[in-house]
Write a protein that binds this ligand. Structure first.
Ligand SMILES: NC(=O)c1ccc[n+]([C@@H]2O[C@H](COP(=O)([O-])OP(=O)(O)OC[C@H]3O[C@@H](n4cnc5c(N)ncnc54)[C@H](OP(=O)(O)O)[C@@H]3O)[C@@H](O)[C@H]2O)c1
Length: 336
């Protein structure tokens, strides 16, 4: 099969290499998926550039997120049949229940989805909504499930009438915007770009705050909420933004800690969070069961995940360059 791998020890995009691998064969409880689309997450860029903990230690097929159709099933498979439209879950296999250390992820350490085929345990596979194209469905396994877990599963779930703040206009935040809207919330987004804020408003956000022209964006949040603050924050900035998130959160609200794009080392003072009786909730993507619950919500609410661009397979490196440039809203996808 055609595939890409990230070379062992890779520290840059020149470590992303076109390759041929033998077609995988499904084991007794595995399904063989002909992948049709894969999407990029910030994590994938860190992996290719050698910044995801350590550089990869063996040639590894990158990307955790992909969708396609089942072309063969192992003898003991009961959940899927040939022809089913499916996506692989990020963790192989976190079926349900609380998180634990036992579940390896696709794209590192396991081979990922930037390939024609992948064989996965049936419990690490979900049916995709019939309303979505393969490109749209390929955006869901990491970014979508993370957003869903942060809003609907971990800690205090979103209620109709809540205010949700999404930091930035990347994949997790834009899927969170759509899911929060479907849950009856009002959404505020922050962005470095007025043009991206316009696009987020078209996706359903009610307000946008440019965090370059308003570096003290928590004050804008206070203004927009008449001093009350927001009930949920999709926190992708980490240590560099947490203090402002503690200011922006409402009494009893939840800060869902997802990423560290604004730095990992700033000292934070959680006293404000304590005084407000708020919570800080760590998020680690989510389970197969959460993925299925999210897909029901996507189908019911006719949500169309925001695909910014689809790159041909031969131009996979350009998709990584687009991610690096930050010149996108939502998700970047590679057709396979
Ligand atoms: N814990 C988990 O389970 C989990 C799952 C998925 C992702 N993550 C992490 O979450 C983060 C986002 O991932 P992603 O895939 O959604 O990234 P992405 O699609 O690459 O989006 C990144 C966006 O973040 C925004 N941003 C960057 N620095 C910012 C800052 N200082 N303040 C506010 N916004 C900022 C930018 O938005 P603008 O261009 O609009 O300014 C940028 O476009 C990453 O750190 C990723 O590793 C964690």
């Amino acid at each position: 099969m055609k595939a890409y791998h990230v070379k062992s020890g890779a520290a840059g995009l020149d470590g992303l290499v076109r390759t041929e691998r033998p077609d995988p064969l499904p084991g007794p409880r595995e399904v063989l998926i002909r992948l049709r689309a894969a999407s990029l997450n910030y994590r994938d860029h860190m992996i290719v550039t050698g910044h995801y903990f350590t550089p990869v230690t063996r040639d590894t097929i990158p990307l955790s997120d992909g969708a396609g159709e089942v072309v063969a099933t192992g003898a003991q498979v009961t959940r899927f049949r040939t022809g089913d439209r499916v996506a692989g879950a990020f963790f192989q296999v976190w079926l349900d229940g609380p998180p634990s250390r036992r579940h390896p992820a696709l794209g590192v350490p396991l081979d990922g989805t930037l390939a024609e085929y992948i064989a996965l345990h049936e419990d690490g596979v979900v049916a995709i909504p019939s309303s979505l194209s393969f490109a749209e469905a390929a955006t869901l396994p990491c970014a979508g499930v993370t957003a869903w877990n942060a809003l609907m599963e971990a800690g205090r779930p979103v209620k109709p009438g809540d205010m949700v703040l999404c930091l930035g206009t990347g994949g997790v935040s834009m899927l969170a915007l759509q899911l929060a809207k479907a849950g009856g919330a009002t959404v505020i987004v922050t962005s470095s770009s007025d043009g991206k804020i316009e696009r987020a408003l078209k996706l359903g956000a009610s307000f946008g705050i440019n965090y370059k022209t308003h570096p003290d964006w928590e004050k804008e949040v206070a203004r927009l909420t008449a001093g009350r603050g927001v009930d949920h924050i999709i926190e992708i900035g980490g240590a560099g933004t947490l203090d402002r998130s503690y200011q922006a959160i409402a009494f009893g609200g939840k800060v869902a800690l997802i990423g560290f794009l604004a730095g990992m080392t700033n000292p934070n003072n959680p006293a404000t969070l304590m005084m407000k009786g708020g919570s800080l909730q760590g998020i680690g993507v989510g389970s197969t069961a959460m993925f299925e619950a999210m897909n029901r919500a996507i189908e019911t609410n006719r949500i169309k995940p925001p695909v910014d661009r689809v790159f041909p397979f031969e131009q996979a490196a350009d998709a990584f360059r687009a991610l690096e440039s930050g010149d996108f809203v939502g998700k970047l996808v590679i057709a396979i």
